[in-house]
Design a protein around this ligand. Structure first.
Ligand code: FEO
Length: 393
């Protein structure tokens, strides 16, 4: 496996083939925790891995140089997938200083016993000379934690971009020209939708700040390293940062005895009457929220349907909407629908959750017990209206 980004700069991270849950995000293809070793007169380790895999990280470093030669350990981001190996690393690399910003030091201090660590606190734009090479640090607050920063090597035009441009995917390849690009972009899109989506404004600020840097390689903390197709993923990020809508409609639902499903299918059929609009139909009881919110991210309009259960939504729809609204998708229009028996509460509760986040197209479309021909006609018309809204963007 080729791990070399440039002469003296190598990937030394951990490929986590079997992880399937990442704080609720279904990582169907595993992930990697990328760490990088920059060897020079002073050697620097950029980021670490999850705590249980510290031994593999240290073995990868040892393959390149003795651990005592590591002079600096850079922490771009304190989230435990990148920092929880630090206690083992700082113990094993006895001559290393921990390099981070003040906010990161505070976060690390609240996670670990740092009393034995030597810290070197850096500020925005500061440069650390390693010898022939240097490291320059840029804060990228709320992309996606307050202490987040990136590290740049100007001599090689390499940006260590932390979570930005990452993908949860585990492969034996390390570089973006070693796998089909569509596969990598798809993983990056799912990653953006589930991790980064609420921070579009701060992503745009970071892209603007870093956009002037000459870049040959962008090395994120997860997944493949961008050395050929960075322009393509950058364009995607510019669209995703504003959750740019496309001519796409998503109808997602949670049914109890089939009536809400019938309504959803009729709404989707109505949407399909409008040419040029992509239509997706999702049963949230059969689809992980990781997938559903990725479909939502680039749609123009959606319909959310739920039966009424115990004076509220079906639990699966409550879960999906809680997750989705937390990710704050922008530029979406919607309506809600669903069946009920004696109290119309489900679709109304869904509508109340969505109204502060998205543009409401109509009042909830409710059906008592089973939809009749008249109700189905209304569903079809509502679906067509949804697709016409998507077609108009
Ligand atoms: Fe990959 Fe925000 O940690």
């Amino acid at each position: 496996m080729n791990t070399q980004l440039a002469q003296g700069i190598d990937w030394v991270g951990y490929a986590d083939w079997t992880v399937r849950d990442f704080h609720g995000y279904r990582t169907e293809n595993g992930s990697t925790y990328n760490a990088y070793l920059v060897r020079d007169e002073n050697t620097a380790l950029i980021d670490t891995v999850k705590g249980p895999y510290a031994g593999t990280l240290l073995a990868h470093i040892s393959a390149h140089c003795p651990l005592e030669e590591v002079r600096y350990v850079i922490c771009n981001h304190a989230e435990p997938d990148h920092s929880s190996a630090l206690p083992a690393v700082m113990k094993a690399c006895a001559n290393a200083e921990l390099v981070c910003n003040e906010k990161c030091k505070d976060a690390l201090s609240r996670h670990y016993d740092v009393s034995g660590w030597k810290f070197k606190i850096i500020t925005e734009g500061e440069t650390l000379c390693l010898g022939r090479r240097s490291l320059r640090f840029f804060n990228t607050p709320m992309v996606h934690w307050p202490e987040s920063m990136v590290t740049y090597v100007p001599e090689d035009k390499i940006l260590f971009s932390m979570d930005a441009f990452g993908q949860h995917i585990s492969t034996s390849e390390r570089f973006d020209d070693e796998l089909p690009l569509g596969e990598i972009i798809s993983a990056a899109k799912t990653y953006y939708a589930n991790i980064v989506m609420p921070y579009g404004k701060t992503v745009m600020a970071a892209l603007t700040k870093l956009g002037t840097l000459p870049l040959d390689i962008v090395a994120p903390s997860h997944g493949l390293i961008w050395r050929k197709h960075f322009a393509e993923i950058l364009k995607c990020y510019q669209d995703w940062a504003v959750t740019k809508a496309t001519k796409k409609v998503v109808v997602f639902f949670a049914s109890m005895w089939g009536s809400t499903r019938i309504m959803a299918e009729e709404i989707a059929e109505g949407a399909l009457e409008v040419p040029g609009v992509d239509v997706k139909l999702i049963d949230v009881n059969a689809t992980h929220d990781t997938v559903t919110v990725t479909e939502i991210m680039d749609c123009a309009a959606f319909a959310a349907g739920t039966a009424t259960l115990n004076m509220g939504m079906m639990p699966a729809m409550a879960r999906t909407l809680t997750y989705m609204c937390g990710l704050r998708p922008q530029n979406k229009s919607y309506f809600t629908f669903g069946s009920y028996g004696w109290a119309e509460k489900g679709a109304t509760a869904a509508d109340a959750m969505l109204a502060p986040v998205c543009e409401k197209l109509r009042d909830p479309l409710a059906c008592r017990f089973r939809p009749d021909a008249s109700l189905l006609k209304e569903c079809r018309a509502a679906g067509k209206m949804l697709a016409e809204k998507a077609a108009s963007i």
